[in-house]
Structure formats: structure tokens, C-alpha cells
Design a binder for this molecule. Structure first.
Ligand SMILES: O=C(O)[C@H](O)COP(=O)(O)O
Length: 201
């Protein structure tokens, strides 16, 4: 049974400052580094054939910490743009609470959690999901069908899109799906990519 593990990067300095981040390339906070070490400790007894992360520093650093701490020096690692966070457009760099004061909490909730409303000049979850799923089908699914074990370290909204796809969640269900920094979600699939087992670690 193939294994797929989805990890959200550790807390970033922008998460800590409650700032819309998207494609801003910010580092992990010290809490985020500690979260990455904790992920490594949870995963150290797993075996992976390949790992993927985004091209953003917070995700790459999270995976680097995991690989180093778990002692997986030979694990092939790929950095891909398709796994980057949702592009948050004009909201990037703005404080989430200040944006809520200016535009109202309902508008901010819609920008952050609706399925197909994009923030100004940014991506909707629907668009983020589309690019992540396209990559998943092209690169990841064939490996899972071949019984390879895959680790993905990515971002909150990218992972929400992937989980919506893999778990057949509705547009309403995905609104309530929150993924914490350092969160670990494990799937085991059969050869037809049906989910046999799924849990948070
Ligand atoms: O890009 C961001 O600001 C975060 O990584 C995810 O933000 P959200 O939970 O506000 O969508």
C-alpha cells in the first residue's frame, strides 16, 4: 500500500505577525523551526521514496530540517512551483486583522476561505487547487500507483486544495478545513488510489 504524507510548513515569521503571505518568501520563525523538528520526530520511522516541496523558503527549510533530523540524506527532493501557496495578490504583506477592520470580517473570510472568490489580483482556492492537482496527477499519482511512498511539504491553501481533491470534499466542506503549521496528514492508498487509511499524526 502506497503512503502519501502531506505536511504544512512550520510557522513563518509572517504567520507569527498575522500577515497575508502567499508568494512572499519569508523564513520560518523559531517556533516554525521547532515544529519542523517535531514533524521529523513523528515521521522518522516511515520510509519515503521521494519528497516534494514548493520553491518557497518556509517549505524548503521545513523539509530540510525533516530530512536532516530523520537522517534521510539519500532521499530525492524536488522543489516545484505548483506546490507554492495560493497567490494572495494585493493582500500580500498586509496584516489580516487590519484588513478585517478596513473591509469587514465577512469580506476577509470570503477572500480567505471561499472556494472560487479570488482576492484582488490573487488566486482563488479553485485556481490553487487546479495547479496543485494537475501536478499531482502528472507526477505523484503514477508513483503512488507504482507503490512508492511520497512526502509532500507544502502550504495551507495548496494542501486544502489537494485534500479537497483526494478526499472528495465539497465546496462547503472545504470552507471549514483548517490545516495547522507543522500539521501532518497521512494516507495509505490501494493500487487504484482509493484511500485505505487516513489520519492526522
Ligand atoms: O499565505 C498565508 O497568509 C498563509 O500561509 C495562509 O493564509 P490563510 O490561512 O489566511 O489562507
Amino acid at each position: 500500500m502506497a503512503l502519501l504524507v502531506l505536511v504544512r510548513h512550520g510557522e513563518s515569521t509572517a504567520n507569527l505577525a498575522n500577515v497575508f503571505t502567499g508568494w512572499l518568501d519569508v523564513p520560518l520563525s523559531s517556533t516554525g523551526e521547532a515544529e519542523a523538528y517535531a514533524v521529523a520526530d513523528k515521521l522518522k520511522d516511515f520510509h519515503f521514496d521521494v519528497a516534494y516541496t514548493s520553491t518557497l523558503i518556509r517549505a524548503k527549510r521545513t523539509l530540510d530540517i525533516i530530512v536532516e533530523r530523520a537522517g534521510w540524506a539519500d532521499l530525492p527532493v524536488h522543489h516545484v512551483d505548483a506546490l507554492k501557496e495560493r497567490m494572495y495578490g494585493n493582500l500580500q504583506g498586509l496584516n489580516k486583522a487590519e484588513v478585517a477592520i478596513k473591509y469587514g470580517q465577512a469580506q476577509v473570510d470570503e477572500w480567505r476561505r471561499s472556494y472560487d472568490v479570488a482576492p484582488p489580483n490573487g488566486e482563488s482556492l479553485k485556481q490553487t487547487r487546479a495547479r496543485a492537482v494537475e501536478f499531482f496527477e502528472a507526477e505523484i499519482a503514477p508513483q503512488l500507483r507504482a507503490d512508492k511512498n511520497v512526502l509532500i511539504v507544502s502550504h495551507g491553501n495548496t494542501l486544502r486544495g489537494l485534500r479537497m481533491y483526494l478526499e472528495h470534499l465539497s465546496e462547503t466542506q472545504v470552507v471549514g478545513l483548517e490545516i495547522v503549521t507543522g500539521g501532518v496528514h497521512v494516507y495509505r492508498f490501494d493500487a487504484h488510489l482509493a484511500i485505505v487509511e487516513m489520519y492526522d499524526l
